[in-house]
Design a protein around this ligand. Sequence first.
Ligand code: NAG
Ligand code: NAG
Ligand code: NAG
Ligand code: NAG
Ligand code: NAG
Ligand code: NAG
Ligand code: NAG
Ligand code: NAG
Ligand code: NAG
Ligand code: NAG
Ligand code: NAG
Ligand code: NAG
Length: 545
Amino acid sequence: MMPSAPLPRACWTSFISLLLVCCLLPPGTQGQEFQLRVEPQNPVVPAGESLLVNCSIDCPSAELISLETSLLKESVGSGLSWAAFHLSNVTGDTQLLCSGFCNGSQMIGFSNITVYRFPERVELAPLPPWQPVDERLILRCMVSGGAPRDHLTVVLLREEKELGRQPAGKGEPAEVTVTVLATRDDHGANFSCCTELDLQSQGLGLYQNSSAPRKLRTFAMPMTLPRLVVPRFSEVETSWTVDCTLDGLFPASEAQVQLALGDQMLNATVVSHSDTLTATATAKAEQEGTQEIVCNVTLGGESRETRENVKAYSFQGPNLTLREPNATEGTTVTVTCAAGPRVQVTLDGVPAAAPGQPAHLQLNATAKDDRRTFFCNATLEVHGVILHRNRSVQLRVLYGPKIDRAKCPQRLTWKERTMHILQCQARGNPNPKLQCLQEGSMFKVPVGIPFLVRLNHSGTYYCQAASSRGTDILTVMMDVQDRNPIAITIVLAVLTILGLVILVAASVYVFGVQKRRDIYYVRQSSTRLPLAPKQPDEAVAVELS
Ligand SMILES: *[C@@H]1O[C@H](CO)[C@@H](O)[C@H](O)[C@H]1NC(C)=O
Ligand SMILES: *[C@@H]1O[C@H](CO)[C@@H](O)[C@H](O)[C@H]1NC(C)=O
Ligand SMILES: *[C@@H]1O[C@H](CO)[C@@H](O)[C@H](O)[C@H]1NC(C)=O
Ligand SMILES: *[C@@H]1O[C@H](CO)[C@@H](O)[C@H](O)[C@H]1NC(C)=O
Ligand SMILES: *[C@@H]1O[C@H](CO)[C@@H](O)[C@H](O)[C@H]1NC(C)=O
Ligand SMILES: *[C@@H]1O[C@H](CO)[C@@H](O)[C@H](O)[C@H]1NC(C)=O
Ligand SMILES: *[C@@H]1O[C@H](CO)[C@@H](O)[C@H](O)[C@H]1NC(C)=O
Ligand SMILES: *[C@@H]1O[C@H](CO)[C@@H](O)[C@H](O)[C@H]1NC(C)=O
Ligand SMILES: *[C@@H]1O[C@H](CO)[C@@H](O)[C@H](O)[C@H]1NC(C)=O
Ligand SMILES: *[C@@H]1O[C@H](CO)[C@@H](O)[C@H](O)[C@H]1NC(C)=O
Ligand SMILES: *[C@@H]1O[C@H](CO)[C@@H](O)[C@H](O)[C@H]1NC(C)=O
Ligand SMILES: *[C@@H]1O[C@H](CO)[C@@H](O)[C@H](O)[C@H]1NC(C)=O
């Protein structure tokens, strides 16, 4: 019972009164059968409440009943064997002592007041902004206030699930921790803690106080670096695609990607699909030289970065030009192929004097050069790699018209009533118009297409090729022959014989008459006369035509 440590003033007063009771008034054994009751016995009260305490002795001759306490007390009444007190502002645990006398002997009784109060603050310590998956996470709960502490338990929760519980302990604030392994499923989960003040054994309830929930964000960042796909070479002012991909990210949709060309940020389109993140952008180098492309993926405060070099070059041209795209036959044509610095051009197989220099070609335009194509091949060496670029241009030469003598026979002998083609061609640029007209009749014979040859096609033709550049005339003689001369001979022979027969018959008649007149003539020479060769061809031909 003897306190070893210095006691607070409240304790001193009760200690002194106890001394008074024990030393000045030695306890008698006479009142042993009587009891001094302190009501309520060991009450548990909310902090700050007031309490009515009743000290009573079941002794008929009780006297001098008093209450010893450090609390403010006020007598609210007394009876033959009791005395009641009002204790206000009960803020801490305390012991009450009642004493009294019965039949001359002193009696004492005790009651311990237990004060309970809810915690003023229950708080889950802030979670890390990003928690790596598969690493240990310490959840810490801080509890301020709350009494009695030996009835106070702290519970740590993930959503509704209990992760652990521990008694609050004596510290102020009390701190309780639990360690868990963070998983992907914990991403976005609410964590909290709560206190349980269990006063059920005191006939009271179970009181819970909860902290505000805190949302956990977990992440997984691979050790691998982003895969950056860019062209090795790019032409100045030409756009190309930058592609950056990183696998094994969780949660991929919350990762941030930065794509930059040098110190210029690119406008990236980011797509995430399960654990893969892809960023795409278009970039364009504005000047020659080596440019650096940076892809930086950041998640949970960690970042992974990949850098690639793009060599930007300027490849101007080649510009392949003709001084006059439509040159007149006989004039001088100049072909020029020019390209930018360091570009080597080769015009129709002839290289320019030096890289960067233009290549020229001069020629006298001939009909053969019409539609001639000139090629210019340009090469540029960029960091040991040779780049090619080709151009071509077509020359048009204005010439003609010219009828091709070789392809247009000037003398034709055809049989009548047969199909033939008058093969004549005229060349020229612009394309000449070719027509063949019969001399005299101005009859037009088809050129280049089959036609039925008739006798009246015979004759001399003037074939004329005409274009804006002039005309060319070629004379073609066409001789159309009778289709079947033998048949005509037979017909002629028959006609001759028929004529002969008629002549003979006529002669017989005439001579018969003359004989009677006594005149006789020579026959042979006269019979021969009508048989003299004739020219019936034309007459027959006209008939047939
Ligand atoms: C105190 O207790 C006694 C005996 O039990 C009772 O008679 C008396 O009424 C009580 N007084 C008060 C104020 O409750
Ligand atoms: C109750 O007691 C506490 C200290 O024990 C004191 O601060 C407070 O003012 C008191 N309240 C009343 C109403 O007396
Ligand atoms: C009181 O004490 C006297 C002697 O001291 C005894 O005779 C008497 O019986 C006691 N009274 C009661 C009620 O116990
Ligand atoms: C009151 O508490 C003390 C210790 O603090 C204990 O020894 C005593 O037995 C208690 N009294 C009652 C009536 O429970
Ligand atoms: C987490 O707590 C917040 C705030 O109380 C609430 O809005 C949200 O729905 C909770 N989330 C889950 C998954 O329970
Ligand atoms: C603690 O819980 C009790 C009931 O369980 C409630 O009356 C009290 O206001 C709570 N305290 C705080 C700080 O929320
Ligand atoms: C970035 O791209 C989006 C569409 O891809 C476009 O709407 C936006 O204007 C661009 N912003 C800039 C600064 O180029
Ligand atoms: C990646 O970008 C983040 C955010 O802009 C930056 O903090 C970080 O330093 C960058 N990483 C590197 C390696 O430059
Ligand atoms: C060149 O001639 C063609 C016809 O042969 C014509 O269509 C074109 O317009 C001409 N071009 C020039 C530049 O004169
Ligand atoms: C090629 O032609 C374009 C347009 O006519 C011109 O802007 C450019 O400078 C030329 N390039 C060279 C190498 O001559
Ligand atoms: C073009 O013709 C002229 C004469 O008409 C001649 O002197 C010149 O050498 C010719 N040029 C070429 C490239 O053939
Ligand atoms: C030059 O370009 C043409 C096409 O424009 C190509 O047919 C030829 O092979 C090229 N020559 C060389 C040497 O590259």
